[in-house]
Design a binder for this molecule. Structure first.
Ligand SMILES: Cc1cc2nc3c(=O)[nH]c(=O)nc-3n(C[C@H](O)[C@H](O)[C@H](O)COP(=O)(O)OP(=O)(O)OC[C@H]3O[C@@H](n4cnc5c(N)ncnc54)[C@H](O)[C@@H]3O)c2cc1C
Length: 509
């Protein structure tokens, strides 16, 4: 790959040569375009490089040479946890991914003994988990993926170019490429780039629905569940000799405990440790981005580590806030009519409340779905004719998204602001209550904690939490807790339907 560097071309059109010489029926020169060069876009580009002679990633930002923040991914300032399933898929598509991260300063931490977890307001005991997480910044993850993508010589990155629309055939049945504008160009002229397939990976604010509507297509229905979550993050420096700070996660707990946070040591040099502190608030209890209020919010968390970092380390920047992280699903799988030659992946289709840390991993799962669907299409009708791919891929993707969507929205619907206007079916309430009980069991039972970690990291299906061993331990802990008068007096008032749901859960188990 040749990042930031387009082929030799005439004046205003960096890839004009490629466009003019391109012929969709020429199988030796099949071309795919990816809009957006973040995690979902790069994973899609990696997959496409196995099926297309050329792949061009078009990104509006100029990519930094280092692992630093960039404007097009504002969430990059906040703590990003990569689930173990995501690590595994990234390693599969980019062999040496983990080694490169570790070389650049990321650290593996054991989920049981290396992370200080607070769940349901209580600290989990230290235990040796089978799972290890990576502690590093989001820009480093992206930087390493981008470097690894460079091993694929048929992938080019066109950075500093904003895509502004799709090109189609005369009948507007098929996308034939994109229109884009170089952002730093004085003239601001639009250029075109043709392709056999366009993949939209432009994130939460994707313009694809608008472009489809402009072409006379029904845009996807959009559904959202908004627990009014917000983030605020600040970077701290811990001078050498001040000891180590472990990764910590104080998990908010619906619907009582709206505040939480993450302490994440990130890549640092020998003289100082860099610690990212991310504060989380749900149900509209947004963490502040004013420095003094940020620190007060952090100190207020009943987990001493936040206070330790704030007191012992020096802040390196002002706190950054981020809101509008609602779960939002665009139902591309249900379109009445498809514009051929264009598919959507990543946050452009499903943007999940980041509290559950699923986004990058679901992007990895989506890239695998794209791989499988392209292989199936190739076997069915070859890749010269991509008719039908848009529909079959979006339907396949919908099945991939279902479980992460259910997990995120199922939990979020427990927050009063999210539940407003939504009818939560009794089955969902039943699962919510059971899930709640699982969380409350974890601080006292590492077997249940380990089962939960496997589900959370998408290594095992959610049904694992209904395995008889887990159910037995959860209900045993619950009965013991119920016998405690203090807990009984703290029990929230429940509706009759919830009581019925719980009784049936006990009968089932
Ligand atoms: C506060 C916050 C915290 C998060 N924490 C986690 C976490 O802990 N774990 C996790 O797995 N996920 C987390 N996520 C989600 C994660 O960031 C995304 O799921 C992940 O980046 C994949 O998104 P994406 O690649 O689809 O879109 P994005 O990362 O949003 O990237 C979209 C890209 O498209 C580019 N672009 C947009 N429009 C155009 C255009 N017209 N032309 C050209 N380029 C364009 C943008 O510049 C950008 O590079 C978090 C998200 C937020 C908001």
């Amino acid at each position: 790959m040749n990042p930031h560097n387009a082929p030799d071309t005439p004046t205003t059109h960096p890839l004009g040569k490629a466009m003019n010489s391109h012929n969709a029926s020429d199988t030796t020169d099949r071309h795919a375009i990816v809009i957006g060069g973040s995690v979902a876009g790069m994973l899609a580009a990696r997959v496409l490089s196995d099926f297309f002679a050329r792949v061009t990633v078009v990104e509006r930002d100029q990519f930094p040479d280092q692992a630093t923040f960039r404007k097009g991914v504002p969430q990059g300032r906040h703590a990003h946890g990569l689930l173990v399933r995501g690590i595994n898929i990234l390693e599969e598509y980019f062999p040496g991914f983990v080694e490169a991260l570790l070389k650049d300063g990321a650290q593996f931490v054991n989920m049981g003994s290396g992370v200080t977890f607070y769940i349901a307001g209580k600290r989990l005991p230290s235990f040796e988990s089978a799972l290890e997480l990576l502690s590093c910044s989001r820009p480093l993850i992206e930087h390493v993926i981008r470097r690894k993508l460079q091993d694929h010589t048929n992938v080019q990155i066109l950075s500093g170019c904003r895509v502004e629309g799709l090109c189609t055939d005369a009948e507007q049945r098929r996308a034939t490429g994109i229109r884009y504008r170089q952002r730093d160009e004085e003239s601001g002229a639009l250029s075109e780039l043709s392709a056999d397939l366009v993949v939209d990976a432009s994130g939460r604010r994707s313009p694809l629905p608008k472009w489809l509507a402009q072409l006379g297509y029904t845009p996807p229905e959009s559904v959202s569940v908004d627990a009014k979550a917000g983030y605020a993050s600040r970077l701290y420096r811990l001078p050498a000799g001040k000891g180590d700070v472990p990764m910590a996660y104080y998990m908010p707990e619906a619907p009582q405990q709206s505040r939480g946070g993450i302490v994440m040591p990130i890549e640092s040099d020998a003289d100082e440790r860099l610690i990212l502190v991310t504060l989380i608030g749900l149900n509209g209890d947004y963490p502040p981005s004013d420095a003094a209020e940020f620190e007060a919010f952090a100190r207020g968390l009943p987990a001493s580590l936040f206070k330790t970092v704030i007191d012992g380390a020096e802040p390196l920047d002002a706190p950054y806030g981020y809101r509008q992280v609602e779960n939002r699903l665009r139902k591309y799988d249900k379109l009445p009519r498809y514009l051929e030659g264009v598919v959507a992946v990543g946050d452009s289709v499903y943007a999940l409340n980041p509290v559950y840390g699923q986004g990058m991993t679901v992007a990895a799962l989506a890239s695998r779905a794209l791989h499988e669907e392209l292989a199936a299409h190739q076997a069915r009708q070859g890749l010269d004719d991509l008719t039908g791919l848009a529909k079959t891929f979006q339907r396949k993707l919908a099945t991939v998204i279902d479980a992460p969507w259910q997990l995120a929205t199922g939990q979020d619907l427990r927050w009063p602001v999210a539940a407003e206007g939504h009818q939560t079916p009794i089955a969902t309430r039943l699962v919510q209550r059971y899930f709640d009980t699982v969380l409350r069991t974890m601080p006292g039972d590492t077997v249940v904690a380990e089962a939960f970690f496997h589900v959370q990291n998408m290594l095992k299906p959610p049904t694992t939490l209904f395995h008889p061993t887990v159910v037995y331990r959860v209900l045993r802990a619950r009965r013991a807790t119920r016998r405690m008068p203090l807990e009984a007096s703290r029990a929230p008032r429940r509706r009759v339907a919830d009581e019925t749901a719980e009784r049936s859960l006990e009968k089932v188990s």
